[in-house]
Design a binder for this molecule. Sequence first.
Ligand SMILES: [Zn+2]
Ligand SMILES: [Zn+2]
Length: 255
Amino acid sequence: MLNQGIYYYLCSVPNRRKIANSVVRPIFQELLEAYFPVTYPSLLRRHLEGRLSGSFAGDFTDETGQQYDVLVHRLKLKVISGYEFVRDLDDLLTEFMLFQLEYAPGDKSPKFNLLVDECGKNDILRDKEIRKRFNRVHFLRTRGLHRLEKEIPDSEISQIALQFYVFFEYLKDYWEAQEEKTVILQGKRYRRIRYGKESMPKELESTWSEMVTRPCGDCEVIQGELHLEGCDLESCPRCFGQFLGCECKREDDWE
Ligand SMILES: [Zn+2]
Ligand SMILES: [Zn+2]
């Protein structure tokens, strides 16, 4: 669509060669660079041909996130319809749950809603709202299959697309935080303090131990987990103050 628009626009101007080079090309370059950290055409081509692994686009580092990113962009570019988006998302969510629950490939998989429940019990999808969203996607998909009601309002499609973007982004940040077990402060390596392991002044101890039975109010991790980057409830392992605001980080400590 963009190409067509630009083609007809260029046809309508007299100095089209100059405009193509000085206006259209820089805009394309800008768009390309906004999406791809690596813009060498030969690398991108090799990636598309499957000869090069790794990610060249988007915010995601894990495979499910990357697959979702591609799916969202196919929707945005209207390569697929809203219903096809829901259908492919439903497949992606099923695969995601089977993988997280450690089903072996080829195992007979339970019904979608049972998988969602199982993920809820196993701390994979602990948020009730998220479980509802999973089931909603599956409902929309199966409704389309059975009654050929494939019209889902665009507003709902964009809402689903955004909600799942946020979901996969949170998952990525969550996994990254759990991997980052230590931090270097003033040249020395410290173990990060897990949620619920903070040392509190005596008078706050009982209130705090009651607090930590609920998920972290800022980043939603549960007791024993590592806070997400930028959480304002994480304690600093060096000075025991608020990690976000303390003075322990020095520039030469960045790994
Ligand atoms: Zn937190
Ligand atoms: Zn500190």
